[in-house]
Design a protein around this ligand. Sequence first.
Ligand code: FAD
Ligand code: SF4
Length: 522
Amino acid sequence: MKALDVVPLPPADPHRGVRVFSDYRGPVRDACDVLVIGSGPGGAIVAKELAERGKDVVLLEEGPPFGAKDMRQEAHESLRRTMREAGTRTTRGSVFMPTIQAIALGGGSLVNSAISCRAPDWALDGWAERHGLASLGGGSLDAHYTAVEQFLGIAPTPDEVLGERNRLFKRGCDALGWSSEPTPRNVRQCKGSAECFTGCRNGAKQSTDVSYVPAAIRAGARVYTSVRAEHLTGDTRRVDGVRGHVVEPFTGRASHEARFDAKCVVLAAGCMQTPVIVQRSGIGNRSGQVGNHLHAHPGLTIMGIYPHRVEPWQGATQGFHSLEFLREGMKLEVLWGPPALLAMRFPGFGLEFKEHLLAYDRMASFDVFVAAHRSTGRVRAPLFGWNPRIDFEIHPEDMALLQKGLCRLVELSFAAGAERVLPGIHGVPDVLTPATGVGPLANAKVAPRDTTVGATHLFGTTRMGTDPRTSVTDAWGKFHEVDNLYAADTGLFPDSTAVNPMLTCMALAHRIAGGIADRSLG
Ligand SMILES: Cc1cc2nc3c(=O)[nH]c(=O)nc-3n(C[C@H](O)[C@H](O)[C@H](O)COP(=O)(O)OP(=O)(O)OC[C@H]3O[C@@H](n4cnc5c(N)ncnc54)[C@H](O)[C@@H]3O)c2cc1C
Ligand code: SF4
């Protein structure tokens, strides 16, 4: 029987049974076997898998649930509602690099493009070799990848929803002899509306709030949204729960106290928030490693303008990609987003700026991200509040790789028939044409601060490893220093996945849940 035959579609109200802000009339208190913090790709899977294996599970999420009626297409309003720090979170260091993170039931899966790629075996072999993670080499996650892919119905983007923007990318790759393919995505009956970034109003994207969370609830888990976990309780060898507060959606104002007792705690608050909870608690960080080794996939975008109508707002948000240069450390993709966000990268003022806007219906945007093994940073809890301080330095060699990737996108756009390309780099001509070619960009000396580099793929802050002096958790996500504390978000990655991280985060979470299920929790 095919997987799609056995996995039921989500119920009409996928958030039924989820506790929301208005449900809390006083202090909140509960006790369970396993307390999972964070409902994104990592946490939601752990909650569902453990609830289905008979554990009494509580899942905490700081953000609210978003149904179709709660989503906003306008960029500013959407960012304000769905993202931490209203989408303005950036790193400090050689560049202010935006690093948005969602605050919502479903975490990043609510607002991401649904790209669901397995990490190539050679990337996982690199993890095993460099970090002593013998059990995590190539092939080790296959069964876990398969379980998640079948549950979510992950499949390559079908032709019918590609639209011209994705087809242009394929055309350009074909003309240059580069491989390309429709991206595998966790969607069902996608309408190709290109609005993944502001949430899928069509109910097609299988973000964890409409897939794993409802399944966890069906299996008996209790899900509390608008509750922020703040401090782990217990001692340095064993945690016994978490304290926190109920927080109002969108303002973050704290109200009632919240307290949860648990035999085991799984931190899946994302690689920028999990370190804040651990550092504030003074548990699990004797080594001082928590929050170190932040890694990212820095990315850049170009805009191509074509002689014909592209209608870029039609077609899957990121429906095509090229893995041709993955071994070199770069991945090329199609991209689309809310117009106000894309327009921020257009050059010029007044009439010139308006002329670029007028070509909106003839545009197609492509992006590149790099594995950036040499670039690193750290996350630290702030003195006040809960928004971390994030430092990050882009290594010159990674910057050079990014510039090379950007040049390839320009070539790709011209090969697809673009008449103009807006590279969006300070010090490079605002507009490149087939006559100028890619030369002015290729020959420029580009520094991180000349770019609008951003990163939505972040990892490494509670990394797995065998040496407690250089890593935080073991290969099963358990903190070296604490018997019953686990991590299950992208903070676990000891290095890049080479591709988009969500599916590997889910596969690891699936594996970690299996490990916890097999343990006696005492
Ligand atoms: C715009 C965008 C597009 C992306 N596109 C893709 C893509 O197409 N494919 C892909 O593979 N990856 C993509 N990514 C990256 C991917 O979404 C993330 O890697 C993934 O969501 C990480 O999962 P996580 O479980 O580690 O953390 P998160 O998804 O960040 O989930 C953590 C959850 O914990 C909650 N939380 C945090 N602190 C607390 C607390 N103190 N108490 C309670 N709850 C808390 C957060 O609100 C959040 O819901 C994208 C990311 C973004 C932002
Ligand atoms: S492209 Fe549109 S319909 Fe398809 S998953 Fe994204 S938002 Fe949903």
